[in-house]
Design a protein around this ligand. Structure first.
Ligand code: AP5
Length: 190
């Protein structure tokens, strides 16, 4: 098994990053790290941060680059992962991608491609589970933010030749298989 498999999962809210990430990481034998999970845990745990950070998350705004970069870098260091990872939700901006390049550049960027209508439908179902940022207006806001940031990020990884686009509008197992196929086709699978 490759020891330095570094994969970033890109995609809209509801594209399935959090569904695919853990399974992929297990398969590749590397840590799964979700910037959203890390930020939610941090907002819940630190009373000084709670109000500010939780408000940003609940509104569906992007957290400042320097905060997210620090949180993700610390998590990667703590994972002691010999350099491997599956990252979900990070990077989200070119500035974050440039920061990641400085400490652990990815070997593949997997873009989970879904239409907004599908993402909205999935998040509408998940809303029942009570995640605050799944409210209808907040999902619209998150999708707008996603579309604003994703183009330059895809361009960056496409130019580097490591972008793999996967049709994520399929049942979860089919998406997993498509990701594994794409990685194998690109020679980045163990
Ligand atoms: P984050 O937690 O990263 O949320 P997100 O990117 O909006 O993604 P979601 O968790 O909503 O969706 P997902 O793509 O993971 O899909 P999932 O598998 O869960 O970020 C939350 C917030 O944190 C941000 O808004 C921001 O404030 C902040 N943040 C995080 N990272 C940041 C960064 N780098 N920079 C700045 N701020 C940052 O699936 C969704 C639903 O669909 C589930 O119910 C699932 O069961 C279902 N589903 C999944 N796949 C399928 C399928 N194939 N078929 C049917 N249903 C499916």
């Amino acid at each position: 098994m490759l020891r330095r498999v570094r994969i970033v999962l890109l995609g809209a809210p509801g594209s399935g990053k959090g569904t695919q990430g853990p399974a992929l990481a297990r398969r590749l034998g590397v840590p799964y790290i979700s910037s959203g999970d890390l930020l939610r845990a941090r907002a819940a745990a630190d009373p000084d941060l709670r109000r500010g950070l939780a408000t940003v998350l609940d509104r569906g705004d992007l957290v400042e680059d320097h905060v997210v970069v620090t949180v993700v870098r610390d998590a990667l260091t703590a994972a002691g992962a010999d350099g491997g990872y599956v990252l979900d939700g990070f990077p989200r901006t070119v500035a974050q991608a440039q920061a990641l390049d400085e400490f652990a550049p990815p070997v593949a960027a997997v873009y989970l491609d879904v239409p907004d209508t599908v993402a909205r439908r999935r998040l509408a179902r998940r809303r029942l589970a009570g995640r605050a940022d799944d409210a209808v207006d907040t999902v619209d806001h998150r999708l707008r933010s996603f579309h604003r940031e994703i183009g330059p990020l895809l361009d960056l990884y496409r130019r580097r030749g490591i972008l793999l686009s996967v049709d994520a509008d399929q049942p979860p197992d089919a998406v997993t298989a498509a990701i594994v196929d794409a990685l194998a086709g690109a020679g980045r699978d163990p």
